[in-house]
Ligand binder design. Structure first.
Ligand SMILES: Nc1nc2c(ncn2[C@@H]2O[C@H](COP(=O)(O)OP(=O)(O)OP(=O)(O)O)[C@@H](O)[C@H]2O)c(=O)[nH]1
Ligand SMILES: [Mg+2]
Length: 248
């Protein structure tokens, strides 16, 4: 338990036998559960995770977003904390972040890597891509995001009911934050955290394709949101309107 909350850590993995060890070892001893969702690793990722006490779920269908959906369904905590299995995110800061979340009455926190504390922790191309995509989303959605593609989020599991996250691939990370910002309003916030250099080799070998797809997806998301707002009122929108909240 952390500050009275039951906390589940969800970590997606694909061939991260070294990184997953660094990630689990850095997680706070006070978390209640660590779920590793493995996308079919051919190395010792699963064995290393189990040896450190994590519960490993083998994903049936590949995909970064699907891994998270699988992990969220299995999580028993009332707070979920996520992070890449490559030792880049400060999992050890769970207590500080949850404390801040309670203080600010936030339901979804995205842990921003920017401004980078250590300039060498992220390759120049990655830094440019992350910044450019974040700026693109900020302009389209008229909300100043600091880091749309951070892989570390801390949120109350109950808010998942309010979010409509349709993607199962890499765009899941952008979409869950866009949804949280739109649907939760002031209950969404970004908190700056330190970011470290990756442990183990990268598997994300197509940055231009992934970056291009992210830009198109963000555009699609904005257009579909505006379309729903002006032309299509779903029962979900009606319920929200009846509760007196702004339609996203
Ligand atoms: N379960 C599962 N995990 C995945 C899949 N694809 C990627 N991952 C994991 O998702 C996390 C994020 O992927 P990364 O390769 O770190 O992506 P990135 O942070 O954009 O790239 P780096 O800067 O190289 O770290 C890592 O822990 C991967 O192992 C998948 O299909 N299934
Ligand atoms: Mg990573």
């Amino acid at each position: 338990m952390i500050l009275g909350h039951r906390v589940t850590v969800v970590i997606p993995t694909l061939n991260e036998e070294d990184g997953v060890v660094a990630t689990i070892e850095r997680s706070s001893r006070s978390v209640d559960e660590i779920i590793v969702v493995d996308g079919g690793s051919a190395d010792r990722t699963s064995a290393n995770s189990e040896a450190l006490g994590a519960r490993v779920i083998h994903q049936l269908v590949r995909g970064y977003g699907l891994a998270y959906k699988t992990g969220f369904l299995a999580a028993s905590g009332d707070i979920i904390l996520t992070g890449d299995a490559d030792g880049t995110y400060p999992m050890e800061l769970a207590e500080d972040i949850i404390g801040e979340m309670d203080r600010q009455a936030l339901d979804f926190v995205s842990c921003s890597r920017f401004p980078l504390q250590d300039g060498t922790s992220m390759e120049r191309l990655n830094r440019f891509g992350n910044r450019a995509i974040t700026l693109w989303a900020s302009m389209l959605f008229q909300h100043w995001f600091r880091d749309l593609l951070s892989g570390m989020w801390v949120f109350r599991k109950s808010v998942l009911n309010e979010l409509r996250v349709i993607t199962n691939g890499w765009n899941f990370s952008a979409e869950i934050k866009l949804e949280a910002m739109n649907k939760l309003g002031h209950r969404f916030g970004e908190i700056r955290v330190p970011y470290r250099e990756r442990v183990g080799m990268t598997h994300n070998v197509r940055p231009f394709r992934i970056g291009g797809e992210a830009c198109l997806f963000i555009f699609y998301k904005r257009v579909s949101q505006l379309y729903r707002r002006y032309f299509m009122r779903t029962s979900e929108d009606q319920i929200r309107a009846a509760r007196g909240r702004k339609t996203p």
